[in-house]
Design a protein around this ligand. Structure first.
Ligand code: ADP
Length: 263
């Protein structure tokens, strides 16, 4: 029997480092998410953790593809591929037939139009403003003394959504602080915060044009409150996957497998 081939995808993000190891281009044998991005120990830690999970050492990885905001800093990568292509590739593998991918990460938000055979056709990106990104949610969660992983559940308990009128993160933070001083219930504030992210993302997506099926990827896709708010804004269903934050790394590992096969 031929020896197994292992390929690795490293998604070095602004906020988190993600690693996926594939066996023979199909089975995920190792993965890791470390909440520290480019310029930190995050990438190395994510790689070590994924290798440990797969019970492999680095020399057994045939091809490493780096993606994400910090991919150029990843010296040991064999190839570097944009996160747009990797998210499109990973999303297509999990949801074959997807036509729109919405990726909200720590520092930017992107929407991608996917063609009939899974190719990236077009995209729109907001990387100029923290509003509508994970950063906005991180800032708000801190003010509310919650973890970002608790926002979805808090949103579910909302009975009366509060309108957050400021689009600027700094002003919106002041607005939330003054609402807290007025004893506004936290779930109602969380629902308003999610609506604010959803409104921004929906306008980005509409500028590109939204074709169904729609999939959400990136760390923020793990927040069901944002997913629901965006479904309401767009008036359609959005699919997600528990490995949403790993989709870019998964796409990179799939590209690494294709590079290996062509070599
Ligand atoms: P990047 O690639 O830019 O580093 P990610 O796609 O890894 O970004 O997403 C990071 C963002 O995901 C964080 O800013 C945070 O808001 C959000 N996030 C991370 N984990 C969770 C979670 N468990 N629940 C909700 N949101 C999360």
């Amino acid at each position: 029997m031929a020896e197994a081939v292992y390929t690795m995808g490293m998604d070095v993000g602004s906020t988190a480092s993600k690693c996926v190891i594939l066996k023979d281009g199909s089975e995920i044998v190792g993965s890791a998410v470390i909440s520290a991005g480019t310029g930190t120990s995050g990438p190395a830690r994510a790689m070590t953790q994924a290798l440990q999970m797969a019970r492999l050492d680095r020399t057994q990885v045939a091809v490493l593809v780096a993606t994400g905001y910090g991919r150029n800093a990843m010296e040991e990568a064999d190839y570097r591929i944009s996160e747009l292509s990797c998210h499109a590739r990973g999303a297509w593998a999990i949801f074959p037939g997807v036509r729109t991918v919405i990726d909200i990460g720590g520092q930017d938000a992107k929407t991608m139009a996917i063609g009939e055979s899974g190719q990236l056709e077009n995209f729109m990106m907001n990387d100029k403003c923290a509003a509508g990104t994970g950063r906005f949610l991180d800032v708000m969660a801190r003010v509310l003394e919650l973890e970002v992983s608790q926002l979805g559940e808090a949103d579910e308990r909302s009975t009366r959504e509060v309108n957050i009128s400021s689009t600027c993160t700094v002003f919106a933070e002041s607005e939330v602080i003054s609402q807290l001083a007025r004893n506004t219930p936290i779930p109602d504030l969380v629902a308003g915060i999610h609506r604010s992210v959803a409104t921004r993302t929906a306008s980005l997506a509409k500028r590109l044009g939204v074709r169904e099926p729609v999939v959400m990827t990136g760390g923020v896709a793990q927040n069901p409150g944002v997913v629901r708010a965006l479904e309401r804004e767009l008036g359609l269903r959005i699919q997600t996957d528990p490995m949403a934050q790993l989709v870019g790394a998964y796409g990179a590992a799939l590209f690494a497998w294709e590079k290996k096969c062509k070599a």
